[in-house]
Ligand binder design. Structure first.
Ligand SMILES: C[S@@+](CC[C@H](N)C(=O)[O-])C[C@H]1O[C@@H](n2cnc3c(N)ncnc32)[C@H](O)[C@@H]1O
Length: 200
């Protein structure tokens, strides 16, 4: 069981063997969106502020970064946002109740540019199945990266997954930038973005 505490937005996990009970995390039952590798929560905090009729979970493995989600979220008085410190694929597979997320956001995941390290990439051949299990029918995966090779891989694995169709990213969503995105864009490196909708 996880206790609803808005004094600390980081979920105090009592078990990682059972899916999270969303009713215990959020005061209101509303559509859920998840960001994997949310970093300092620059995107998530602003997106959640603009969307009070949705609930959000940010997943991040680094303590210092998930603590920033907590600080930013509390500063903004967010009651619709929680952070979980855990590995993203594990979260998707074991902590998220099947077909419970309306959207999964993955922005600037570690690119692992060396060929011998590519098996560490989050978006790989297995990821569409994880996303499909997590999403409600009609739910969407939103992807961004600066890395052209990783972007190609993202498109290849989702184009090969027949249960997904490519869709446009809504402009209002694209306008909300992440911490890494701002740095890359300031250096003249553009954001590569794609979105895929779960058909069933
Ligand atoms: C390049 S940063 C991007 C952060 C943020 N999305 C942004 O765009 O500013 C990647 C983030 O994902 C986190 N991360 C990497 N692999 C992860 C994993 N397997 N599970 C959870 N978090 C992960 C890192 O700690 C880091 O904060």
């Amino acid at each position: 069981m996880a206790i609803l505490s808005l004094d600390n937005l980081i979920v105090q996990l009592e078990t990682i063997l059972e899916p999270l009970k969303l009713a215990e995390l959020f005061p209101l039952e509303q559509p859920l969106e998840v960001e994997l590798g949310c970093g300092d929560a620059s995107f998530l905090a602003e997106y959640a502020r603009q969307n009070p009729a949705k609930n959000f979970i940010g997943v991040e493995r680094l303590l210092g970064r998930i603590q920033k989600l907590d600080r930013k979220g509390r500063r903004l008085g967010l009651t619709n946002t929680r952070g979980v410190r855990i590995e993203s694929a594990y979260f998707m597979q074991y902590l998220l109740r099947p077909h419970s997320a309306a959207a999964v956001h993955v922005y600037f995941p570690d690119p692992w540019p060396k060929k011998k390290h590519r098996h560490h990439r989050l978006i790989n051949e297995q990821f569409p199945a994880l996303a499909r299990a997590a999403l409600v029918p009609g739910g969407t995966v939103f992807l961004r990266t600066d890395d052209t090779d990783y972007f190609q891989q993202m498109n290849e694995v989702f184009d090969a997954a027949k249960e997904f169709e490519k869709v446009a990213t809504p402009p209002a969503l694209a306008e909300i930038t992440t911490d890494f995105e701002r740095d890359f864009n300031a250096q003249g490196i553009p954001t590569l973005r794609a979105a895929y909708r779960n058909l069933k």
